[in-house]
Design a protein around this ligand. Structure first.
Ligand code: F3S
Length: 398
């Protein structure tokens, strides 16, 4: 890979340890994938924040980098393993909180914004169409590539961090226009009636297209929350982190539907629910906000929970960013949700919090949330917001 004089100096360690290590990571990646050079990035989103996933080895790696590492571009963080301010109410142990805070301290020292959300585009890290960025977190990467039209590979935590310290990323993969051409036409003939259908649709398409870029037709309208839910599930269940939705996402007008074609019908959506939903009635955890809830979703949760009481047997979380919670505070949505017995889980989520062994079954609006909850040994129920809230109030799935 070609390096400029300045990049060579960085690789030689003239700009310190963190930059040298980062250059080593970027050059190794570039060589593996045949990148011709590094390109500048407008922003970075760093995943791998939860101590639950990092452990002591990860914390040590971050502390080493934090000694002299400072990010050069706007850099935001993915969810951590706990609510950074109110972790006790979520049942997080002192030991875990202590370690998680050390992780956050290291990121803070590097100059990263402690945003702790997988929806950075809702809180100010919003790239422009066509901008090169280096993001990790699959749902955010898919949203950035597809809905915004920015260009990023699906970075891992270390390669995203390396891009932040250098301000550049290797020029390969989805940064190149020729690799952003759709290769399978997905004709959606199913009717999408409720919010969770978007997660189920992502499941169907992800499974059918298997690591290809889908060009999706047949969808008449989609709002931001529906698209973010779809982004999370389509990539979780198998597609590349890029799709085109005719008439809805940017760039779809530049392409024709590819020859290879699959269709999605109502029966596929039904089968998705059958495969995601376990045979379970009693629920002990309800979590909304995967990806993190927008203010519109929080408003809807508050509307549905007004004057209701969540069953005492249920732990109810609204996972969101702290910025979104502040808006919810101002609009009194927080009061309504907490009065009903719900909790805000800011800065964290159902996949990265240490939940293994705490709950037996979860109800959620998110197909991706179901996927990761199974890794935490939970039975899963995917349903609309109304169904999840009803389950929270009744303590059972009906
Ligand atoms: Fe976000 Fe966690 Fe879901 S990172 S997409 S809320 S699994």
């Amino acid at each position: 890979m070609y390096l400029t004089k300045e990049e060579e100096r960085m690789l030689d360690g003239e700009e310190g340890y963190a930059v040298k290590k980062s250059m080593e990571i970027l050059v190794a990646l570039g060589n593996i994938y045949g990148a011709e050079k590094l390109i500048r990035v407008g922003s970075v989103q760093v995943a791998g924040v939860s101590y639950h996933n990092l452990g002591d080895a990860g914390l040590e790696f971050l502390n080493e980098l934090a000694k002299d590492g400072k990010v050069r571009v706007l850099t935001t963080l993915n969810p951590a393993g706990m609510d950074l301010e109110d972790w006790k109410k979520l049942g997080i142990s002192e030991e875990f909180a202590e370690k998680q805070n050390l992780v956050i301290d290291a990121f803070r020292k590097m100059g990263i914004i402690i945003s702790c959300t997988c929806t950075p585009y809702l809180i100010g890290n919003l790239p422009r169409y066509g901008e090169h960025i280096a993001w990790s977190e699959s749902s955010a990467v898919t949203f950035a590539n597809s809905v915004i039209g920015a260009k990023t590979n699906r970075e891992g935590g270390p390669s995203a961090l390396a891009a932040a310290f250098v301000g550049k990323t290797p020029y390969y993969g989805l940064h190149l226009e020729e690799n952003r051409v759709p290769d399978i036409h997905v004709d959606v003939r199913a009717s999408l009636k409720k919010f969770s259908d978007w997660g189920a649709l992502g499941y169907c398409i992800g499974k059918k297209v298997e690591n290809k870029i889908p060009y999706i037709t047949g969808i008449e309208a989609a709002d931001l929350d529906e698209l973010k839910s779809f982004c999370a599930s389509v990539v979780t269940y198998g597609s590349k982190p890029l799709f085109y939705m005719k008439g809805i996402t940017p760039g779809s007008e530049k392409h024709q539907p590819p020859k290879e074609q699959v269709t999605i019908e109502d029966k596929d959506i039904k089968e998705a629910y059958e495969s995601i939903n376990d045979d379970v009635e009693v629920i002990d955890f309800v979590c909304i906000g995967c990806p993190h809830s927008s203010i519109k979703e929080i408003a809807e949760i508050a509307r549905l929970l007004r004057d209701k009481k969540i069953s005492p047997n249920i732990e109810f979380w609204v996972a969101t960013s702290r910025s979104m919670k502040q808006l919810a505070d101002e609009r009194s949505y927080t009061k309504i949700i907490e009065k009903a017995g719900g909790k805000f889980a800011c800065d964290t989520c159902m996949a990265v919090a240490p939940l293994k062994g705490r709950f037996r079954s979860v109800a959620t609006t998110s197909a991706k949330g179901c996927y990761y909850s199974r890794h935490n040994d939970m039975k899963t129920k995917l349903g609309s917001l109304e169904e999840c809230i009803e389950a929270a109030v009744r303590g059972r799935w009906s």
